[in-house]
Design a protein around this ligand. Structure first.
Ligand SMILES: CC(C)(COP(=O)(O)OP(=O)(O)OC[C@H]1O[C@@H](n2cnc3c(N)ncnc32)[C@H](O)[C@@H]1OP(=O)(O)O)[C@@H](O)C(=O)NCCC(=O)NCCS
Length: 220
């Protein structure tokens, strides 16, 4: 891999780090351990990318905004954008063209499929799976708590799952290990403690089933 990248002032980049051509690393950023950055990727100022626990791969045409912290191992595919002040813990995979707007905390072993948007301030606890093209509004919290009754009822499932194409309104809170179907709408400020089927609309505290989306809704 060519080393023709732009290096900002006062950044610390270990010899083990490989950076593709056309990429940039901003001022005061730290890249340590086994980090591989693709081509034309921009890593802004005060970013910390630490592969102490394993390989971090960042694809081509990605943007990692200022003050974000990434702990390896992690995979970011091509075109991923990580907004400012994000914290990404080990074992996370973010697939192609997904966008985290900023101040997001993505805990260990989460998988975010391609085309997902996660708005400002949302927090995903460990082992959350987010299907393709989901939209997660601002300040959504997906909780994790191994002792919760909900999780026992769910057969001690360990992961929360959001089906592809689901929309989650602002400020919603999910109890641990809930499974949401594909193409659902969860209204703003919902408290979700039950699984849903595909193409359903739920909202409220606690969230209740409201209706099944019709074909017109789902296509639009
Ligand atoms: C759920 C939602 C998609 C609307 O669904 P809808 O089927 O069109 O519902 P309506 O707007 O017709 O409202 C129907 C009733 O439910 C209530 N309602 C709608 N959304 C609600 C919500 N999230 N929580 C509680 N009540 C809600 C309405 O007040 C209305 O009550 P009423 O019958 O007493 O007047 C929408 O209200 C919502 O929550 N959108 C998310 C917005 C958001 O967070 N966007 C993030 C963008 S950054």
């Amino acid at each position: 891999m060519s080393n023709k990248y732009i290096k900002g002032l006062h950044c610390i980049i270990d010899d083990s780090v490989k950076i593709g051509s056309g990429s940039e690393v901003g001022n005061f950023s730290i890249l340590s351990g086994d980090v591989r950055v693709g081509k034309n990727t921009v890593i802004k100022n005060y970013v910390e990318i630490r592969a102490n626990g394993g390989l971090i791969t960042i694809g081509d045409n990605c943007v990692i905004e200022s003050k974000s912290l990434i702990d390896g191992p992690c995979i970011f595919e091509d075109g991923v954008v990580i907004g400012p002040d994000c914290e990404i813990r080990p074992g996370v995979t973010v697939r192609r063209s997904s966008y985290l707007q900023g101040r997001n905390r993505i805990a260990n072993n989460c998988v975010i499929e391609s085309g997902v948007t996660i708005k400002y301030g949302s927090i995903l606890t460990s082992n959350v799976y987010v299907g393709e093209d989901c939209f997660i509004g601002p300040n959504v919290i997906m909780t994790g708590d191994d002792t919760s009754r909900v999780q026992e009822e769910a057969g001690n499932r360990k992961s929360t799952r959001i089906g592809a194409g689901t929309f989650i309104g602002a400020n919603s809170i999910f109890m641990p290990a809930v499974h949401i179907g594909s193409g659902c709408i969860i209204g703003a400020c919902s408290f979700i403690r039950e699984d849903t089927s595909d193409k359903e609309v739920w909202f409220g505290n606690p969230a209740k089933f409201k209706k099944t989306r019709n074909k017109k809704d789902v296509d639009s």
